[in-house]
Design a protein around this ligand. Structure first.
Ligand SMILES: O=C(O)[C@@H](CO)OP(=O)(O)O
Ligand SMILES: [Mn+2]
Ligand SMILES: [Mn+2]
Length: 524
């Protein structure tokens, strides 16, 4: 054991509001955070854009890039940027995988399918990548393209799906002619169909398989009609719209069949892994009954899991994240512990370790099962259970470094419910109150931060100047507190020079371990 011990708390989605619009963080009753703000070393961190390897400072942060940076102390160009570069340089279309999938569909008189999030949120996907790939497919002789559209409303305005559908349909209409036929074939809200993560609910993926592959489900003449009808019937915002199938004369226009090729155009891994497993796995796949699995070639935009090599084929190499904190602590013989509930479990393990799902020998990981509800119904989520577990980990006296994620600010924030999000943030504060007491008793320094904003901006002004509900992350900075019996001083605490990648070096400094030269600087 090191004689210094550290706990790092990630309050997912708890940023610092600039506009005061829908600021659930300030509205919440948070006596512990308020007290810490007065008595502890404190600064703020940049958690979006260039600070986390995204293409521009207009890109909001997200959990993947945030936890990558927190876990490795470095800034890597991320999926959104790497795919842009690969498309611009033409590397994607020269890749063996692109050629193999295209030639497969052409040789079999088959269809090239695209599945993915129809959005320009740049968190999981970007519609511009999709449009370029469709145009390139035509240029290179593909005859038939079908697109299976997952509706966003979580990284972009909550009911903006029609704009993205129109954009895609306009693009396809400009390409369609006697030699080329592109259409939307199926779809649904991203929180209802296909994009489950961390195996929280395989039924979502089963529904995706039935919808996209088998063409089973409620039929509509086109995607706009589907969205309009389903919205009128359910009142749901885009992310929660039910699944739909586009059909002509009762026949689905784009089932996935033998000889076809399939590209999942999402670049982010967490919500892309399960569908990739369903396409890649052989007969040993047991998560749901796929029926007769069509004989297709499948590729993801990126390799989503660098340890399990999911999927087996992909178009763009992922960032090669090296010298992660877990690796360095492992080499130094220090023991780490990671805990969250299902919805964020992979964030503090797989994203944390550079998108790798295998743990180092010195690590222990704990997953607390999440409720399967819309989190405005249970805004406290598993904050109490996570705290109980942290306290147990502290008392075990086994760990030099403990990390955790409280999901509330983010997961409740995404529902758009201000009242519930306030309760979510209050639940985190209560968790901290309990945690800090025991941490102090056992001599831990506690660092408290967040991976990006969300709860801090529950409202926004739309293009017409109207105030609307915001379900997406914010571009705001996030807080960083040091709670310790030891005296630490943050250098230039009043400046805005720090970002998420400065956290890991600060942890190592406290633990008395030298950081690699590739890392950003410590804040103390
Ligand atoms: O829910 C998700 O997939 C994203 C938003 O698209 O949120 P986070 O990055 O916080 O996981
Ligand atoms: Mn997050
Ligand atoms: Mn989020």
């Amino acid at each position: 054991m090191s004689n210094k011990k550290v706990i790092l708390v990630v309050m997912d989605g708890v940023g610092i509001s600039v506009t005061g619009l829908g600021d659930a963080v300030t509205e919440a009753n948070t006596p512990t955070l308020d007290r810490l703000r007065k008595v502890c070393p404190y600064t703020t961190l940049k958690a979006h854009g260039s600070a986390v390897g995204l293409p521009t400072d207009d890109d909001m942060g997200n959990s993947e890039v945030g936890h990558n940076a927190l876990g490795c102390g470095q800034i890597y160009s991320q999926g959104a940027k790497l795919v842009n570069e690969s498309i611009e340089s033409g590397k994607m279309f020269d890749s063996a995988t692109w050629k193999e999938l295209l030639e497969n569909a052409k040789a079999n008189g088959g269809t090239l399918h695209f599945i993915g999030l129809l959005s320009d949120g740049n968190v999981h996907s970007n519609i511009s990548h999709l449009k370029t790939m469709i145009a390139k497919a035509k240029e290179q002789g593909a005859a038939k393209v079908r697109v299976h559209v997952l509706l966003d409303g979580r990284d972009v305005p909550a009911t903006s799906a029609p704009l993205y559908i129109e954009d895609l349909e306009k693009c396809m209409a400009s390409l369609n002619d006697g030699t080329f036929d592109a259409k939307i074939a199926s779809g649904g809200g991203r929180m209802k169909v296909t994009m489950d993560r961390y195996q929280a609910d395989w039924d979502m993926v089963k529904l995706g398989w039935e919808t996209h592959v088998k063409g089973e489900g409620r039929q509509f003449a086109n995607a706009l009609e589907a969205v309009e009808t389903l919205r009128n019937e359910t009142g749901a915002i885009d992310q929660d719209l039910p699944a739909f199938v586009i059909a002509e004369n009762g026949e689905p226009v784009g089932k996935i069949v033998d000889g076809d090729s399939v590209i999942l155009f999402n670049f982010r891994g967490d919500r892309a892994i399960e569908l990739s497993m369903a396409f890649d796995a052989g007969d040993d796949f047991t998560y749901f009954d796929r029926g007769v699995k069509p004989d297709v070639k499948y590729a993801g935009m990126l390799e989503y899991d660098g340890d399990l090599h999911i999927p087996s084929k992909y178009l763009v190499n992922p960032p090669e994240i090296k010298e992660t904190m877990s690796e360095i602590l492992d080499k130094a013989g220090l023991k780490s512990y990671a805990v969250s509930e299902t919805q964020k479990y992979g964030h503090v393990t797989y994203f944390w370790n550079g998108n790798r799902s295998e743990k180092f020998a010195s690590e222990e990981w704990k997953e607390i099962p999440s409720d399967r509800v819309s989190f405005d119904q249970r805004p406290w989520m598993k904050s109490a259970e996570i705290t109980d577990d942290l306290i147990e980990a502290i008392k075990s006296e086994k760990f030099d470094f403990i990390r955790c994620n409280y999901p509330n600010g983010d997961m409740v924030g995404h529902t758009g419910s201000m009242d519930a999000t306030i309760i979510g943030v209050e639940s985190v504060d209560l968790g901290l109150t309990r945690l800090l007491k025991v941490a102090e008793e056992y001599g831990y320094t506690v660092l408290i931060t967040a991976d990006h904003g969300n709860a801090d901006e529950m409202l926004e002004k739309n293009k017409k100047g109207e105030i609307t509900v915001r379900t997406a992350h914010s571009l705001n900075r996030v807080p960083f507190y040091i709670v310790s019996k030891d005296k630490y001083e943050i250098k230039d605490a009043d400046s805005t020079k720090y970002g998420l990648a400065n956290v890991a070096p600060t942890v190592l400094k406290i633990l008395g371990i030298e950081a690699p030269a590739s890392w950003e600087e410590s804040m103390i």
